[in-house]
Design a protein around this ligand. Structure first.
Ligand code: KMT
Ligand code: NI
Length: 172
């Protein structure tokens, strides 16, 4: 794992875009983002149980696995969005970037590799991309089935109940 401020320079989303300014886990915790490195699936199962997760799946994002729709998928994961429920991403193989919005609406880029896990709170704006190796296998854990849908950022999502709840929690 490595977290840093995104450089906001134009160019391929899969490049590191590293400004050279790192962000530490305590800052992520203030955003409600929890990071863990785990060494066994048991640890993931325990966390899932503790936080009442009911569903999970595994996804491989790569040209080999996805074929023609790979580029399109990678672009769609990179649209800024929120979810109405908390979610866990656990990296089984390969690597990728999760970008999360800071308090001041800047991007914090989090590079995750095998064994890394993050918990994204409901209502946080974020996006995902593979890195220049174009390969990640991840377990996606969801609390509730109907709330998996990404809601792309808009004036409407700014008013979303879960978004407002998220912002309120950051102040307390
Ligand atoms: C997300 O929330 O954007 C994703 O689940 C992306 C794929 S997980 C590697
Ligand atoms: Ni998402």
């Amino acid at each position: 794992m490595r977290a840093y401020w995104f450089d906001n320079v134009e160019g391929d989303q899969r490049l590191p875009h590293d400004s050279g300014r790192s962000v530490d886990p305590s800052y992520l915790a203030n955003l409600g983002v929890i990071y863990r490195h785990v060494t066994s699936d048991d640890e993931v199962n325990a966390l899932a149980k503790e936080r009442s997760y009911k569903n999970r799946d595994e996804i491989t994002v790569s040209p080999e696995k996805m074929g023609d729709i790979y580029e399109e998928k990678v672009k769609s994961f990179f649209h800024e969005h929120l979810h109405e429920d908390e979610e866990i991403r656990y990296i089984l193989d390969g690597a990728g970037f999760f970008d999360v919005r800071s308090e001041g609406d800047d991007w914090v880029r989090i590079w995750l590799e095998q064994g890394d896990l993050i918990v994204l709170p409901a209502g946080i704006y974020h996006r995902f991309t593979t890195d220049d190796k174009n390969y990640i296998k991840a377990m996606r854990l969801f609390k509730e089935e109907p709330k998996w849908t990404p809601l792309n950022r808009s004036a409407e999502t700014d008013e979303n109940h879960y978004r407002k709840e998220y912002l309120t929690q950051r102040q307390s």
